[in-house]
Design a protein around this ligand. Structure first.
Ligand code: SAM
Ligand code: SF4
Length: 325
């Protein structure tokens, strides 16, 4: 479906829960209130939204959270999404802690790719950032995922004064393994506002100082706005998702569905279209029609661009843990 700025909106990020088994300081520190279970979309509700989305040309889905693997039965959802006629791709973003044991079911369900968030390879810093001593589990999951046919990407959010010096061992993971390591500029959403982001321009310069002459990697790696480089001798690539210092809104292709059933046109703004109420209050046929209209409304209300550079214009009050990144 095309939006008002002629962008093809073909990708939906689906948050299946606002719960998480970690407590990343910039996302969901201790003490954050969670919504009641009854407010979270059931899988069959998500499926109906996804079916309407596919009819509207949105054919790629990312299952996210909170932590999606903290919700029982996520592989069933992946399978059901894959079975919708017209679905092109279903991928998952996870913190990796529970991934190794979930991989057989996810593979069977047809998951196409997995993104694993990892902000440091230092055990103590991992604990400081996430609140848990779970680095080993994540590293085991990364290697287990590499044993499957799925494409594997790592997501790193560098924070000034926290993990900004940890980039080198993270980059080296792409030297020794066939995976992409992507640096994501932190966006001033939710608890992220309390941290200072690190510019990807600086990360790139640091990488170039150690690995001279990286080449731009123009091959397609996925659905997103990452720009990639290749370093000689590396098995994987290094990516940069630079929402602040490399604004990519003109090629935005996405819409987000929160765990409570809000369709979000843009991360920066609080505006959303509630689809849970449609599903829970209308007879099936009327609801399916209303769902299609709601999707259209959400796509057509996508703004031209975010305004993260000027915090006065950021109206989103939700935390990233309930939006899904
Ligand atoms: N729990 C899963 C995980 O950690 O991958 C999925 C949900 S998490 C919200 C998705 C991604 O959003 C993670 O890679 C996380 O680092 C990132 N994230 C959280 N807050 C962010 C922020 N303010 N700016 C940029 N990325 C953020
Ligand atoms: Fe949980 Fe992911 Fe947020 Fe960390 S980034 S608290 S793992 S949802």
């Amino acid at each position: 479906m095309r939006d008002r700025f002629d962008r093809d909106i073909n990708y939906m990020r689906i948050s299946v829960t606002d719960r998480c088994n970690l407590r990343c300081r910039y996302c969901m520190p201790d003490g954050i209130e969670q919504v009641p279970h009854g407010d979270i979309l059931r899988y069959e509700e998500i499926l109906r939204i996804a079916q309407a989305a596919v009819q509207a040309g949105i054919t790629r889905f990312k299952v996210t959270g909170g932590e999606p693997l903290a919700r029982p039965g996520v592989s069933d959802l992946v399978r059901m999404l894959k079975e919708i006629p017209g679905t092109e791709q279903v991928t998952l973003t996870t913190n990796g802690v529970l991934l190794a044991r979930a991989l057989p079911a996810l593979t069977q369900a047809g998951l196409d790719a997995v993104n694993i968030s990892l902000d440091t390879t230092d055990r103590e810093r991992f604990r400081e950032i996430t609140g848990f001593d779970a680095l080993e589990e994540v590293l085991t999951s990364i290697d287990a995922a590499l044993e499957t046919a799925m494409r594997v990407k790592l997501n790193v959010v560098p924070l000034a004064g926290v993990n900004e010096e940890d980039w080198l061992p993270l980059v080296r993971l792409a030297r020794d393994r066939t995976l992409d390591v992507r640096f994501i500029e932190m966006m001033p959403i939710g608890c992220g506002r309390g941290f200072t982001p690190v510019s990807n321009v600086d990360v790139f310069e640091k990488i170039r100082a150690v690995f001279p002459d990286p080449e731009e990697d123009v091959t397609i790696h996925g659905n997103g706005p990452a720009r990639y480089i290749r370093i000689a001798g590396f098995k994987g690539s290094i990516g940069f998702i630079s929402a602040i210092h490399g604004k990519f809104c003109s090629s935005c292709n996405r819409i987000r569905l929160t765990a409570t059933g809000a369709l979000k046109p843009c991360l920066c703004y609080g505006d959303s279209v509630d689809v849970r109420e449609i599903l829970r209050s209308m007879p099936r046929d009327a609801a399916d029609r209303a769902l299609r209209d709601a999707l259209r409304e959400a796509v057509l209300s996508k703004p031209r661009a975010h305004r993260f550079e000027d915090t006065r214009f950021i109206t989103e009050q939700k935390r990233m843990v309930s939006i899904g990144g």
